[in-house]
Ligand binder design. Structure first.
Ligand code: 4NP
Length: 162
């Protein structure tokens, strides 16, 4: 449907953060009965994990909270994704910078945590959803809490933006 709002969640590998963000947002959209209003996907700026399912730790934390994390990793496709998605939601500032260098318009790029009204923005990095890949196991649980808070704000924002 042409009038769906396209939302692409973007991280580096598309196996940890953005598939979980996609699952959390899609779950929220379904719960509000808005699934035919959105085109939701995720992608990575890197190519290393293309074709793989999400990291088992993202799948596990999603399952624990009733969220299906079922995406298969793919790389951002600047031409196709520019056509398909109005909003590029970057997990961290480096992902956002990569999207800019790939030619996406700055006004379409947002940081995921900028939609969490409780986030304090007075320090470098606080708007980032940290990369949990090499970190301690609870990074995934902390990522989930950040995404859960930010996705509600994102949905409200999209319905207030023409
Ligand atoms: P993601 O995490 O960007 O949240 O999917 C990562 C996954 C893999 C790698 C880096 C980050 N990697 O270097 O392979």
């Amino acid at each position: 449907m042409a009038d769906r709002i396209g939302v692409l969640f973007v991280c580096l590998g598309n196996i940890c953060r953005s598939p979980l963000a996609e699952g959390v947002f899609a779950h929220l959209v379904d719960r509000r009965g808005l699934e035919d209003r959105f085109d939701i996907d995720s992608a990575g700026t890197g190519h290393w994990h293309v074709g793989e399912p999400a990291d088992r730790r993202s799948i596990a934390v999603g399952r624990k909270h009733g969220i299906a994390v079922s995406s298969i990793a793919r790389q951002v496709d600047p031409e196709l994704d520019r056509e398909r998605f109005k909003w590029l939601i970057a997990m961290d500032q480096s992902n956002a910078a990569d999207l800019l260098s790939l030619g996406f318009a700055p006004e379409r790029i947002r940081l995921m945590r900028s939609f969490d009204p409780s986030v304090c923005t007075d320090g470098v990095g606080q708007l980032d959803v940290p990369d949990p890949y090499y970190g301690p196991g609870d990074g995934f649980e902390r990522n989930y809490a950040m995404l859960d808070a930010a996705c509600a704000g994102l949905l409200d924002h999209l319905f207030n933006t023409p």
